[in-house]
Design a protein around this ligand. Structure first.
Ligand SMILES: Cc1cc2nc3c(=O)[nH]c(=O)nc-3n(C[C@H](O)[C@H](O)[C@H](O)COP(=O)(O)OP(=O)(O)OC[C@H]3O[C@@H](n4cnc5c(N)ncnc54)[C@H](O)[C@@H]3O)c2cc1C
Length: 281
């Protein structure tokens, strides 16, 4: 289908972009991998779109004092292939590698993906497990929100009208930590029917730290603190994986019922935890 007519503006500075979207009526364009299909189906009909693609410096990836900052316009390919991310955040590089196909990874951006907040997107699991901070700015505000508070419902985040995702900040994974992203991929779209990200640190045979992020199972990505507590308290991987998703309302669709999704989340949690543990030093 052909989208409804719209105006297009490509600001050269962040301040210009923020003042254009100040009243919340214009729509940001990043990689266009979600917005353009929605416009073609006329599920989104913005009168004007504001392209962030001409603003210098929004796609940088830097490391300073053990914190990695990823600009919102960094593509999935940049996240997957950046030596900084591969070296300091292997879990995120592994997760980006699971997104869609090479065309999607070359165009789609981390900021666009998390702002869109598709329940089946891959990043939320890793960003919740990595305790990422999402940096939001508007013409009049500047704040950070923890990833586990940012994702609030299907296609709904903590962003207020007029705000954009500027960057994502993540503490580096220590070199003795093991991590793993496990995904049951939808055979047609490649999206996560369920995806589980696990980070594990250990001392001898004992797990000293566990972080578990889940996507695809419910309306939004979340951190499974009950499973984390069980692992840190000495429970077996099977016992911890068996509580993943408890209390969540699993999605149900033509591909997977809610019960099957919950089962998949627990199977993939057990695999992700075991694999992360085997990678921990
Ligand atoms: C065939 C196909 C397969 C896919 N498979 C997967 C998959 O396996 N896993 C996965 O995770 N994703 C998948 N995707 C989605 C893909 O990752 C998109 O790139 C992503 O969801 C949107 O990023 P974008 O940069 O293209 O954003 P856009 O499409 O440009 O924007 C998406 C939304 O976010 C808003 N937005 C964009 N940037 C910002 C910002 N910085 N601040 C505030 N709002 C912003 C826009 O206004 C719009 O509402 C797939 C998409 C397609 C078409």
């Amino acid at each position: 289908m052909i989208p409804q007519q719209f105006d297009y503006v490509a600001p050269q500075t962040l301040q210009e972009a923020l003042s254009l979207i100040e009243n919340g009526e214009r729509k940001i364009l990043a990689g266009g991998m979600s917005l353009i299909p929605l416009m073609k189906f006329r599920l989104a009909q913005p009168a004007e779109i504001v392209d962030l693609g001409r603003i210098p410096g929004l796609n940088t990836i830097t490391e300073s004092d053990g914190v990695i900052k990823i600009g919102a316009m960094a593509t999935h390919y940049a996240v997957e292939s950046s030596p900084i991310i591969r070296g300091h955040l292997p879990l995120l590089a592994e997760t980006a590698d699971h997104i869609g196909d090479v065309q999607i990874r070359n165009m789609g951006t981390i900021g666009g993906s998390i702002a869109h907040a598709d329940p089946a997107a891959d990043y939320p699991a890793a960003l919740c497990a990595l305790e990422a901070q999402i940096h939001l700015v508007s013409a009049h505000s500047d704040r950070t929100v923890e990833a586990s508070d940012f994702f609030q419902d299907a296609f709904t985040t903590a962003m207020e009208p007029g705000e954009i995702v500027l960057e994502v900040s993540i503490p580096a994974e220590p070199s003795n930590e093991g991590s793993r992203y496990e995904k049951h991929e939808h055979p047609a779209s490649g999206f996560a029917v369920v995806g589980v990200a696990a980070r594990i640190r250990k001392s001898g045979d004992k797990i000293t730290m566990a972080r578990i992020g889940v996507t695809g199972m419910g309306t939004h990505g979340f951190r499974d603190r009950a499973a984390e507590r069980l692992l840190e308290g000495g429970a077996s991987i099977a016992d911890a994986a068996a509580v993943v998703g408890a209390g969540q309302e699993p999605n149900s669709d033509l591909y997977a019922t809610g019960d099957f999704r919950l089962h998949l989340a627990r199977v993939h949690a057990a695999r992700a935890i075991a694999s992360a543990l085997s990678r921990a030093l």
